[in-house]
Design a protein around this ligand. Structure first.
Ligand SMILES: [Zn+2]
Length: 289
């Protein structure tokens, strides 16, 4: 929904910062012996994310309760701990990496397009299924609480079911309109958001924006924002229609959608477009005036 630059932090940098916080020499060695040889795994991750193939990364089923061995002598719990205790935990050297990634979104959650404020880091491929990537910076994305809890616990098994990765997706998801809205002609008017991908997009692209919209509950999130915002526009309509025609008011809304300089799929921009295109709304439909 909102594009972000991938963190300019290598796996090695993140890993070394985490390791610095490990107290026991034996545990430190266990991590170093088994994770150092992985080398620049962030490049493999980035390549797969760019081609929409993260779902092909080797995964362990989350239903298995056993603490599986993942890499050499490293168990799943070691890798989960690497994040929980050595990257996220306050006071640890790795925490600076956590903070650097967290502030990179300027406080706006990229998954819902900035409705929610960033409160945490999301593991794009969950550490429960993909523990090897628990501290790979490209897999850590600033996220709001809502989006973090809306996200499914298990990563999909099909290409088209994957949500959009703020760091690596094709530019078209951010530069072409796929979020649309229609005005429900009741009083007060309701703005209903839906997905309609551009005609020349392939089946997988279509499925992915649908999946993203559905998984993060964007119809509801956008609808709630629009309902709170609409009274102001209805008020403007009441005063402008004394002097202007419905067509002129429609042009005003159209102009407003442009001048706000919002991203193309931003709910507010999409809302003004839908209102401008509604003859009913522009001719005093709903809102008691
Ligand atoms: Zn969010």
């Amino acid at each position: 929904m909102k594009r972000l630059d991938a963190p300019d932090i290598s796996f090695k940098e993140a890993f070394d910062a985490c390791i610095e916080g490990v107290g026991r020499a034996q545990t430190k060695k266990l991590y170093q012996d088994n994770l150092r040889p992985l080398g620049p795994i962030e490049q493999d991750y980035a390549a797969k994310a760019t081609s929409g193939e993260l779902y092909l990364l080797p995964r362990i089923p989350s239903i298995r309760k056993v603490d599986q061995t993942i890499l050499g002598d490293l168990r799943k719990s070691h890798l989960v701990k690497l994040y929980d205790q050595y990257l996220r935990q306050e006071g640890k050297p790795g925490r600076s990496i956590y903070q650097r990634i967290k502030v990179s979104a300027n406080g706006k959650c990229p998954f819902c397009g900035g409705i929610g404020h960033v409160r945490t880091l999301d593991h794009f491929v969950p550490k429960a299924n993909f523990p090897t990537y628990s501290v790979v910076p490209g897999n850590l994305v600033p996220c709001c609480r809502d989006c973090n809890s809306d996200k499914l616990n298990s990563f999909p098994n099909a290409m088209g079911a994957q949500v959009l990765h703020p760091y690596f997706e094709d530019e078209k998801y951010f530069s072409q309109q796929w979020v649309h809205a229609r005005i429900i002609e009741i009083d007060p008017p309701v703005v209903e958001f839906y997905v309609l991908a551009p005609e020349d997009w392939g089946a997988v692209d279509r499925q992915r924006v649908e999946a993203h919209f559905l998984e993060y509950g964007l119809a509801d999130k956008f609808g709630i924002e629009a309902a709170a915002d609409l009274p102001e526009t209805i008020q403007t309509r009441t005063s402008s229609l004394r002097d202007f025609s419905p067509d002129e008011f429609s042009n005003y809304l159209l102009e407003k959608s442009r001048t706000l300089a919002l991203p193309i799929n931003n709910w507010r921009r999409v809302m003004f477009l839908a209102l401008a295109n509604s003859d009913w709304f522009c001719s005093r439909g709903g809102g008691g005036s």
